[in-house]
Design a protein around this ligand. Sequence first.
Ligand SMILES: [Fe+2]
Length: 488
Amino acid sequence: MKKLFLFYGIIFLLSGCNKNNSRFNPYFGNGFRNGWIDQNSAVIWTRLTKVPELKRDGLPFIPLSNEEHQSLSTCTDESKIYRAQIPQGLTLEDMEGACPGTAGQVKLVYYPQNKRGDKTEYKWLTVDTEKNFTRQWKLYNLQAGCRYNVEIYARKDKRSCVSDTISGFFTTPPEESTVQEVTFCFVTCHDYNRRDDGINGHKIYPAMLKNHPDFYVHTGDVEYYDKPNPFCMTESLMFFKWNRIFALPFQRDFYTKVTTYFLKDDHDVLKDDAFPGTSYGNVSYERGLEIFDKIQFPSSDDTYNTIRWGKDLQIWLMDGRRFRSNNTIPDGPEKTIWGKVQKQWLFRTIKESDASFKLIISPTPILGPDRDNKNDNHSNQGFKNEGDEIRRFVNEQKNVYFCNGDRHWQYVTHWEGTRLWEFSCGAGSDEHAEGWSQEDKRLEHRFLRVKGGYLLGHVYRQDGTATLKFQHCDVDGGVVYEKLLVTE
Ligand SMILES: [Fe+2]
């Protein structure tokens, strides 16, 4: 026995593993997130940080006038953009909200809930310093309808002790033949500047956790590159905003507990109403897509997907940015937001599906109504041809509903005499709600509320009949509207 202790003692000393080092980085200041989860696979994303929490006592960015912002948005000189917003002698790491990354190694362990003996353990991997200090894993051969525990460990290098650990879980969807109650939440449009809990983030996150969602979709505009504090006209400024919002405690806690799907919209690709070929400062639209799809969020080869959630529910997650036409060209049969391939895939897979309810989850609206001065989505005149094509198709189907983000107000729209319904989840905080007048309730509006919150959905059987219940919630989770739908 003595020999054994001596052996491990020597190994410990040789390893250079110094317990005191564990007080130092790397940390999981951004937690971990999951994505693209289906019955058999999942993607896990994490990032190593120099600090455990965002910098709360940092300095403010220098505000820009409209003219300065306008002029810098076409400037490609990175240092000029940087210096205009960061005081002389300071760096991004000194600014309020900073959560800088750092090099190091991470190890993932996962296992079906309460069965640690069945764990899958990856070897230590270095985070990619070229990709904002992130690392992703694609997990295969998972069981359907199963909760998996996740543990991730951090260390500086192979000579260092574990410096931080993080744990949580995700749940895979049930098989398509399984009759099961499913609860889900949809969210859109929020940012660090307009959070409603200064310390912790957005109140919708703990509110949604109380609903125990099986899954959650963020329909896009997770952050806003083109809003101040700072205006993100360079890659380092873009990453700054992601590092900051995902360090907020409410967000960080939520994402370690809920199966998540992220869609993207204009503000998290580049800027308001952006389309291919445009740029913002020295970042191109194409690089903006790459940062979202391949670096900052759990990645998949396809950026759109459909996921079956048991016998009664199937969701379609649409990509509204990668395949779109130039917004400013005249409308016509070729002008598109979803692109021919994605659109044909959507129509084909909806026709093939025998799910009781089918939800098309789009970052932007299909029915609206929207403001007359907008020209970026299917409810606007600029994309009427494709909008009509989609609306015609859905009107011929049964039990298909649109759910959308983008608009900063909650609404339910139904076109009388058709099968067309649209449920807009609304902005993520009251301060973020705007863009429509509460008094402007139109004929097609079944519900209108210019306030923040989220959309909650439940699919269940009532006396054997598949039922879909949509509830609009305020930022604290209070139900402000409810609509029950049964299969046709
Ligand atoms: Fe938005």
